[in-house]
Design a protein around this ligand. Structure first.
Ligand code: ZN
Length: 147
């Protein structure tokens, strides 16, 4: 077997290699001081990490009493909630007003007026400004407003 690398050494220490690999490594470290040392280093590192984790998990849990603060928080939450409801209803009224008032100009803008000039009697001998004519104003639906 060729020498093992750090990754394989770590897997071996964590018992995450298959049986055949484990047996091969067991045999190899008997004849290879380098790999035996790698395994030892990984094992001591792994042990150190496990000890650190145990220290952390065994640390006494000093949880201070938050009772008074949490009751204050609850009061604040209630106040915030009523403020939120007020703000939401105000926003609804404003939104309704905006929709109501913004709608009308849009409808007006949709109306397009056209006009055409109709000559009653066209006299070719008179200048353009003296011709008798009437202006017809109508919208896009063809509705006539004056004639
Ligand atoms: Zn080796």
């Amino acid at each position: 077997m060729i020498c093992i690398d750090e990754t394989l050494a770590q897997l071996y220490v964590d018992n995450e290699v298959d049986t055949a690999t484990k047996v091969a490594i067991d045999k190899h470290v008997l004849i290879c001081k380098d790999c035996a040392q790698k395994i030892d280093e990984q094992r001591s590192l792994s042990t150190l990490i496990k000890e650190e984790i145990n220290t952390l998990s065994n640390a006494p849990a000093n949880i201070p009493n938050f009772a008074s603060i949490s009751s204050k928080l609850n009061n604040n939450k209630k106040q915030n909630l009523s403020r939120l409801i007020f703000a939401a209803s105000a926003a609804c009224v404003i939104a309704f007003c905006l929709i109501f008032f913004l709608r009308k100009p849009e409808e007006k803008q949709q109306l397009v007026y056209y006009y055409k000039i109709e000559f009653n009697e066209f006299d070719a001998n008179k200048p353009y400004t003296e011709q008798e004519a009437s202006i017809i104003i109508f919208d896009e639906n063809g509705k006539i407003y004056n004639h």
